[in-house]
Write a protein that binds this ligand. Structure first.
Ligand code: CP
Length: 313
């Protein structure tokens, strides 16, 4: 089992195509469990999972918690706001404290790029990166890949457009690392002030005009404008941003008729996505959330040493 040989899941940059496929294939039977009346299997009985979030989260933290519970793990959530971090305890001491309580897997989100990598080097617990600064958000990209593959039947050769705040987004980097392993054409589009300088080195095509970027697209993944990270006036006003880069039904006519619309959430309706599109039939935003639970169940299962043959019995 490939993932059982890796201690941590820190990013999609480090995963092979085969490892990603294994996670996606394992998520499918996990999704069946979510649909059952009794959503509980004994697979991770006796395992302990801690979620440690230094940044706010609704989807990622909650879905890891419920994923662990559906698999019968014991799950503890450390909310930094109510922890001894507030008394000045260091990251290293916080993690050591959790380690010696006997946890098997720790899910961690941090505002600093590389924080989960630092923790992974300094603890025996398996670490899953739930988003680090502007670096990676691997489980978001995995659920995005799952959602696309479920609808299109394949990932190979698709044209995927990623729109918005490329500079600050960890979702875009993990999506690029994942999609490029499946031969997708990846286009990133946004204002030049929100375009990361090194992004063209990752094999993507950069656009500054949304309509041009959307020509013939199979998938459009719309990023959240991260208001909390905009400290230096990178665009004049939200209205101006919306005028040029908000994806709506009219602009989407440039894409293929069967285009899929993704957004990792939370959304700024009327800024990066129109409400009409967010609530329309092309949008898969709620399915992404459901798939996020299945992906995280699959990951917990595989990282705890589960094999393909014993899935979902
Ligand atoms: N997509 C995502 O990471 O959402 P949360 O911040 O709510 O976890």
């Amino acid at each position: 089992m490939i993932l059982a040989q890796k201690k941590d899941l820190l990013g999609l940059k480090d995963l092979s195509k085969e490892e990603i496929e294994l996670i996606l294939e394992t998520a499918a039977p996990m999704k069946d469990i979510i649909k059952r009346d009794i959503k509980k299997v004994p697979t991770l009985r006796g395992k302990a999972l801690a979620t440690v979030f230094y940044e706010p989260s609704t989807r990622t933290r909650t879905s890891f918690e419920i994923a662990g519970k559906y698999l019968s793990a014991d799950v503890v959530n450390l909310t930094v706001e109510n922890s001894s971090v507030k008394k000045g305890e260091s990251l290293r001491d916080t993690i050591k404290t959790i380690e010696v309580m006997g946890f098997d897997i720790m899910v961690m989100r941090h505002s600093m790029s590389g924080a989960p990598h630092y923790v992974a080097r300094n603890t025996d617990i398996r670490i899953i990166n739930a988003g680090d600064g502007s670096n990676e958000h691997p489980t978001q990209a995995l659920l995005d890949l799952y959602t696309i593959r479920e609808k299109k039947g394949t990932l190979e050769g698709l044209t995927v457009v990623i729109v918005g705040d490329i500079l600050h987004s960890r979702v875009v980097r993990s999506n690029i690392y994942g999609l490029s392993k499946f031969g997708c054409e990846i286009r990133v589009v946004g204002p030049s002030t929100l375009m990361a300088p090194e992004i063209d080195k990752l094999g993507v095509k950069c656009f500054y005009n949304l309509e041009k970027a959307l020509e013939g697209a199979d998938v459009v993944n719309i990023l959240r404008i991260q208001k909390e990270r905009q400290h230096s006036g990178l665009f004049p006003t939200l209205d101006e941003y919306a005028n040029l880069y908000m994806v709506n039904g009219e602009k989407l006519k440039r894409a293929r008729e069967d285009v899929l619309v993704l957004h990792p959430g939370p959304m700024n309706r009327g800024v990066e996505i129109s409400s009409e599109l967010a609530d329309g039939t092309q949008a898969l935003i709620n399915e992404q959330v459901t798939n996020g639970v299945a992906i995280r169940m699959a990951l917990l299962f595989l990282m705890a040493g589960g094999t393909r043959d014993e899935i979902a019995n």
